[in-house]
Design a protein around this ligand. Structure first.
Ligand code: IFM
Length: 437
C-alpha cells in the first residue's frame, strides 16, 4: 500500500501504464513488415541469448486480457505504440488492412473499458525497407514519418486522448548510431549527428501532419537523466555539463527552444547535416504537452581524451536489476527544471519503473514506485505542472538488447505459457487507484 492518496495528485491527474509494440506484440504475421529490431535481434551477439520479439507477450492476440488488467488495476490510461511496419509494411506506400484492424480493435477495446488511449507513433521499430534507404540518417525520413503520422491521424486521431511522435529520441539517435547498442547498431559520429537532427526534424514534420489532419493533444516523449559530476573537480563538473548537453539539452533545447547546445554542435562539428539551422522552426513546433521518461541519474567523469571527453560511471546508490542507480530526487529536480527553464505546457511522467528479479513478490519495486510518486508530489509542490504518471511497464517484456532477462512488469509473464500474474506492485497501484489510498 502506498503512503499517500490519489487525491494528493490533484483532480484529473492521469495514472496509466506504458508498453511498446515491439516489446509485447509478437504477431509477426497478417502482413506486418520487417523492422530493424527483427534483423538486429536476428544477428548473433546483439541481444542477450539471441532473444527476439517474434512472440514476446503475444499482446497481438491477448490484448483483451491485458486491457482487463489495466482496467482492474484502476489505471485510466494506456500508453501504447503503433508498429509502423504493421501499418505500412514497406514504410511508405501501401497500407496493411490487417494492421488497421488490429489497432481499431485495440483502441476500441480501451474505450469500452474506460481507458484513455495515449499513443506513440515511433517506439524504435523502423521498417527495414526504410533502413535500407538510410533510416534516420536520411533527411527524407521527415517526409516518410509525416505521411505515416497523417495516416494515424486520419484513421485513429478522433479516438486518441494524446499522441506522441517519438519515444526517447536520444535512444533513437545516439544509443543506436553512436554507441551501437540498439538497432541499427552503428558506431559512427556522422551517422549519429544526422540521426540526432533528423529525428527531431521528423518529429516536427509529424506534428504538422497530425495537426493538419485534426489530431489533438500532441507531444513528444524525452528520456532525461539528472546529470551529476563524479567529483567536485572542475573537470568532472565540466564533464557533467557536457553529459547534460548531450543527453538532455539537445532534445529539450531543440524541441522547446529551437536551439541545440553549442558544445554538442562543436563536438559533432562537420558531421552535422548542412543547413540544419533552417529546420529549427519545424523542430520546435508548439506542443500541447511534454512526456518525460525517468529512470536514473547520469554520473559523469572527465577522461582527458579529446575523442571521448567524458565517461559515465556507476555511483554508490542502490541499484536496480539493470544496474541503474535508484535516485527519486532526480525526478523532482528534472520536473522542476523543465518547468522553470523550458516550458509551462503540462508535463507527464510517461515512463518510470525498475527491473527486478523474477517473482510476484516485488517489495523493492513497490518502494521504487512509492518514492518516485512522492518525487512527483514534491515537484508539483515546487510548482511543476505535472498532470500524469505512467508506470513502465504493464507486463514483463522484451527489454531490447537485454532480451527477456530484465523484468520491468507490474504483471509477471510466464513466456512459456503466456500466463499473466499480477505482482505486489500491481496490487499497490490497485489499492491507490481503487480505494483512493
Ligand atoms: O524498455 C524501455 C522502453 O522501451 C523505453 N524506456 C526505457 C525502458 C526500460 O529500459
Amino acid at each position: 500500500m502506498f503512503a499517500f492518496d490519489r487525491a494528493d495528485f490533484g483532480p484529473g491527474f492521469t495514472f496509466g501504464v506504458a508498453t511498446a509494440a515491439y516489446q509485447i506484440e509478437g504477431g509477426q504475421r497478417d502482413g506486418r513488415g520487417s523492422s530493424i529490431w527483427d534483423t538486429f535481434s536476428a544477428t548473433a551477439g546483439n541481444v542477450h541469448d539471441g532473444d527476439t520479439g517474434a512472440i514476446a507477450c503475444n499482446h497481438y492476440e491477448l490484448w483483451p486480457q491485458d486491457l482487463d488488467l489495466i482496467r482492474d488495476g484502476g489505471f485510466g490510461a494506456y500508453r501504447f505504440s503503433f508498429a509502423w511496419p504493421r501499418l505500412i509494411p514497406e514504410g511508405t506506400g501501401a497500407v496493411n488492412p490487417a494492421g488497421l484492424d488490429y489497432y481499431d480493435r485495440l483502441i476500441d477495446g480501451m474505450l469500452v473499458r474506460g481507458i484513455k488511449p495515449y499513443a506513440t507513433l515511433y517506439h524504435w521499430d523502423l521498417p527495414s525497407t526504410l533502413q535500407d534507404r538510410g533510416g534516420w540518417m536520411n533527411r527524407d525520413i521527415a517526409g516518410w514519418f509525416a505521411d505515416y503520422a497523417a495516416l494515424i491521424a486520419r484513421k485513429f486521431g478522433d479516438r486518441l486522448a494524446a499522441t506522441a511522435t517519438i519515444n526517447e529520441p536520444w535512444c533513437v539517435a545516439f544509443l543506436s548510431h553512436y554507441l551501437g547498442v540498439h538497432a541499427p547498431g552503428y558506431r559512427d559520429i556522422r551517422a549519429a549527428a544526422r540521426a540526432m537532427h533528423h529525428v527531431l526534424f521528423a518529429h516536427g514534420t509529424a506534428i504538422d501532419a497530425l495537426r493538419a489532419h485534426g489530431a489533438k493533444n500532441l507531444g513528444i516523449v524525452l528520456n532525461l537523466e539528472k546529470s551529476e559530476a563524479f567529483s567536485d573537480s572542475e573537470a568532472d563538473r565540466g564533464a557533467a555539463n557536457f553529459g547534460d548537453a548531450l543527453f538532455n539539452r539537445w532534445y529539450l533545447g531543440g524541441v522547446l527552444k529551437g536551439q541545440y547546445p553549442a558544445e554538442v554542435l562543436q563536438f559533432l562539428g562537420e558531421h552535422m547535416p548542412s543547413g540544419h539551422e533552417k529546420d529549427m522552426e519545424v523542430v520546435s513546433r508548439p506542443l500541447d504537452w511534454l512526456g518525460i521518461n525517468y529512470y536514473t541519474r547520469g554520473l559523469y567523469r572527465a577522461t582527458g581524451k579529446p575523442s571521448q571527453p567524458v565517461e559515465q560511471v556507476k555511483g554508490d546508490l542502490e541499484k536496480t536489476e539493470s544496474g541503474w542507480e535508484i535516485y527519486p530526487q532526480g525526478l523532482t529536480d528534472l520536473l522542476v527544471r523543465v518547468s522553470g527553464e523550458y516550458t509551462k505546457i503540462p508535463l507527464y511522467v510517461t515512463e518510470n519503473g525498475m527491473a527486478e528479479v523474477e517473482g510476484e513478490n516485488d517489495p523493492r519495486r513497490v518502494s521504487y514506485y512509492e518514492d518516485h510518486l512522492k518525487a512527483v508530489l514534491a515537484a508539483q509542490a515546487a510548482g511543476a505542472d505535472v498532470r500524469g504518471y505512467f508506470a513502465w511497464s504493464l507486463l514483463d517484456n522484451y527489454e531490447w538488447a537485454e532480451g527477456y532477462r530484465k523484468r520491468f512488469g507490474l504483471v509477471h509473464v510466464n513466456y512459456a505459457t503466456q500466463e499473466r500474474t499480477p505482482k505486489a506492485s500491481y496490487r499497490a497501484f490497485q489499492g491507490l487507484l481503487h480505494n483512493g489510498r
